[in-house]
Write a protein that binds this ligand. Structure first.
Ligand code: GUN
Length: 291
């Protein structure tokens, strides 16, 4: 069994981007600039956004963190987004999800210019991705592709089973693993909360992507010998032994699943760091597209 080390691969992506940014600086060109909008005080969102902003700074990108109160109106949020749209220096915009209930996620996503949509959530970005046109790919699925590519995992002709159909992970990774490219060319089955015989389907999988958000859901008896398992779960569970009071659990029961796998992502240190690497790649692309 080989661990798919997202920390290591993410570091390689960041090192590469850091040296490319240094070259741009030498050439007197602008450096990539990410604007991150964080609404309210959700602990997990705070952690993710600060990690994204810190990662930008570490590699020489500019970043702007816009913090807005929980009770901001939809109109005022759209105004902030439009300011970022109009600001030539800003290359990429992300609005951290989830949003407060009174704000329409769809309106917010559609308010971001497609050329700055580094989250890849805009319907036009999604449509382009589905058609195999150049597009910003959503960070988590893109990070998974980068990981599969780094470890040269064969995907052609494989049966990929995706557990979860969210717009952020499950649905886009199903499209990407199915496309005529590498990584891709899989036969894909997308499972969800109404899928009967989930265990039987998982037992037919060469590749399993667990993205449903239920800690330790995928157990060893659901995985066939030699499968590649990608764990997207990042649920916080109470843990009094940790300073923070919680630890992060994946959707995969690592202890029973890992011995059966050819490759598996750990949690933490698997898909999580790759998501940030992918966001940085998108921001880099958004910047150089303006040259
Ligand atoms: N919330 C959970 N994942 C994501 C993500 O990839 N981007 C944004 N903007 N919000 C999220």
């Amino acid at each position: 069994m080989q661990l798919l080390d997202g920390k290591l691969v993410s570091q390689a992506v960041r090192d590469d981007l850091r040296s490319k940014v240094a070259v741009r600086l030498q050439q007197g060109r602008k450096v990539p600039h990410l604007a991150a909008i964080l609404i309210g005080n959700n602990g997990a969102s705070e952690t993710y956004v600060s990690s994204k902003v810190r990662s930008c700074e570490e590699i020489g990108f500019r970043s702007t963190l816009i913090r807005l109160p929980d009770d901001i109106s939809e109109e005022a949020l759209l105004f902030h987004i439009d300011e970022c749209n109009q600001d030539f220096d800003i290359d990429g915009i992300l609005v951290q999800l989830p949003l407060p209930k009174h704000i329409s996620e769809q309106k917010v996503i559609e308010g971001i210019f497609v050329g700055k949509d580094v989250d890849g959530f805009h319907p036009e970005s999604v449509g382009r991705m589905v058609q195999g046109l150049p597009a910003f790919l959503p960070a988590t699925p893109y990070g998974i592709l980068l990981l599969l590519e780094h470890y040269r995992i064969e995907t052609k002709g494989k049966h990929a089973v995706i557990i979860g159909r969210s717009n952020i992970v499950g649905r886009p990774i199903s499209i990407l693993l199915n496309r005529n490219d590498y990584p891709g060319n899989c036969t894909v089955t997308v499972c969800h909360s109404h899928t009967p015989n989930l265990k039987d389907i998982c037992l037919q999988a060469d590749i399993i992507v667990a993205a449903l958000g239920r800690p330790a859901f995928l157990t060893g008896d659901m995985v066939r010998e030699g499968a590649v398992v990608i764990d997207v779960g990042i649920t916080r569970v109470p843990d009094s032994s940790k300073k923070s009071g919680f630890s992060i659990r994946g959707d995969v029961d690592f202890e029973t699943v890992a011995p059966r796998c050819s490759h598996i992502t750990p949690v933490p240190g698997g898909v999580g760091p790759m998501t940030i690497a992918a966001l940085l790649m998108n921001t880099w692309q958004a910047c150089i597209a303006k040259d």
